[in-house]
Structure formats: C-alpha cells, structure tokens
Design a protein around this ligand. Sequence first.
Ligand code: ZN
Ligand code: ZN
Length: 359
Amino acid sequence: MKPLYDERLRRLRASTSAKKLDAFLVTDLKNIRYLTGFTGSNAYAVVSFDRAFFLTDPRYASQSADEVKGFRIRIFKKAVDEVVRAAQAVKAGVIGFESSSMSFDTHARLAKAFKGKARLKATAGLLKTLRSVKDPFEIEKITEAARLLDRGFTRAMKVAVAGAVEMDAAFSIESFWRRRGAEGLAFDTIIASGSRGALPHGKASEKKIKKGELIVVDMGVLLNGYNSDGTRTFVTGKPTAKQKEVYQVVREAQSAAIESIRPGVMASAVDRAARSVIGKAGYGKYFGHGTGHGVGLDIHEAPGLSPMSEDVLEEGMVVTVEPGIYIPGWGGVRIEDMVLVTKNGAKLLTSTTRDLVSL
Ligand code: ZN
Ligand code: ZN
C-alpha cells in the first residue's frame, strides 16, 4: 500500500481555501512528512490552490529527490528567501502559517521579508485536524507498530520480573524492538514498580522489582514513522485483594470507554464513560489524566479524549484508551490499548491480554 499524497494535498487545499488563504506555509516536520514523504530534519512547504513547493537545504538535495512526491523541489541557501520566492510565484496575498511550530525568530524574519508584499496569518490545528483521520496506508503502518508493541509486552512478561532492575528490563525490550526494525521509541519506556506506579509517567529507574508488586509498563515503538502506545500492569506473584480490586475497576473503566466509541460520539463522552466507572468505585480522585489521545506520526495527536475536549470521533481515527488509578504510597494500575474508530465501533489494534498477569 502506498501513501495517498495527492489526496492529502487535496484535503489541505480544501481547508486552506475555506479559511480564505492564498497559500499555506508548512513548517511542522511531521506535517511535511505527511504531505510530501520527506523524512529529513529541515524543510518547508508552500502550498497554493494549484502549486506546491518543497524547500530544503543542500544536505537533503538527493534525499528529497528520492522521497518527495508531487511537489516542486527547491534547494535553498537561506530558507526565508526561498519561502518568499515560492509565495511570490503563486502570487499569494495572504499566507497561512502554523502558529504552533514556527519560531518567533523565523516569523520576524518572514514578516520583514513580506512587508508590503503579503500578509502572514496565524492558523492553528489545520493539519492536526486532517491528520486525526487516518488513511488506509496509515492504518496499515499503525497496525504494524501496534503488533510490534504487543511483541514487546510478551518480552516484558519475561524480563520485568521480581529481582530485575526496571532499566534493565526496559533496555531488553528496546533492543528486542531495534533488532526487529524499529526506528526508535515512541517515548521513554515507563516501567514503574511498587509505589513508583503511582507516578503516571514513572520512567524506568534503577529500582529493583520486588515480589508482590504491581508493575506499570507503558511503552511504544516507532516503526516506519508511526508510533504505537500501550500500557499493561503486571503483578509479581499472587495479587492481593486490593491489587485485584483496583485492577478490576480500571479494566471495567477501560471496557466501558471502548464500548462507548463510535463515529459521531464526543471524545469527552468516552472519557466520561471511563471516569464514571472509576468514580462510582470510589477512586475518582486517583484518576487525574485524560482517558486517551490520538496516535500517528506523533505520539500525542488529535483527538484528545479528556473532559474538556471538544473533538468528535470520526471513522478512521486511531486513539488510545488508558484509564488508570494512582494511589500515592501504594502504587498504580493503568491499562492502555490502541483502537481504530470504525463505523461499527472500536476495533482493537493491540491484542495483549487485558487479564491481570502474574509474573
Ligand atoms: Zn502510553
Ligand atoms: Zn498514551
């Protein structure tokens, strides 16, 4: 399967013309990868209704010739000069730019260069919205990254055991992934055992895993540009009644959230489905974060599944569902899966068992 760059460009043009922009300047590198296929670290794109320019520096001359599809490639000495040239070539009067990714310095230099010729207009979230709905190529790549994540959990069950140091277990999983083609990690691997599990983002530490502890393992792998993200909570030895109870509440919260997912549902309603299960069980104050987030080229992207989110779920979105309970001094439980929003509801992309596994 190949990425549908023409279709992505068409959708971008539809939204820039709806915003009455003559051209759109793309500076976010993930957005540039999404639109052009370019994987390097320095590039700009200028898109008008009938033309599309890709701008990069001489280091990427041959790489961009290989990777970039559907854009005229321009190699620059000074990026600002080339952006101005591209904007003038399409006779742009109003040029939208990405306010979340352009530096203050670049904006100042561009504004000076455009003075009297064109106007820069800040836009937020345009490509973020487009990217929130994945095309078939992306779903395939994300599914592959999720599969490799599952294999990492199988590995975790062997190495995150009593007597092991959290960091050693993390390294073992990471090297397992690397040998199987991973480009890197989606984020620093979280292995938080015992009371450290109460830290929702407890990166693997020098701590030794002990018997009778819950271990929160939250990790993700980057494969072919796409991220995966999932969490399992294991227990070393036989779980206590309280460990079982808290686990069960989180599991039911996650199931309720997953079952509530379908196109047209508010993302905040999915959050509420999980939150109400945890609240009714009396653990509401121990669930401080949102229930999930979109995943794709970025590890955290739209939509956001949180109480304040105004996003609405659409077919083709890929989101995590990750409720948790974190009790200071005691530990934590989180269960996180990736799901694809389909017309029939949520389809799980991760398949590791959600039963409490004793290691
Ligand atoms: Zn996670
Ligand atoms: Zn996550």
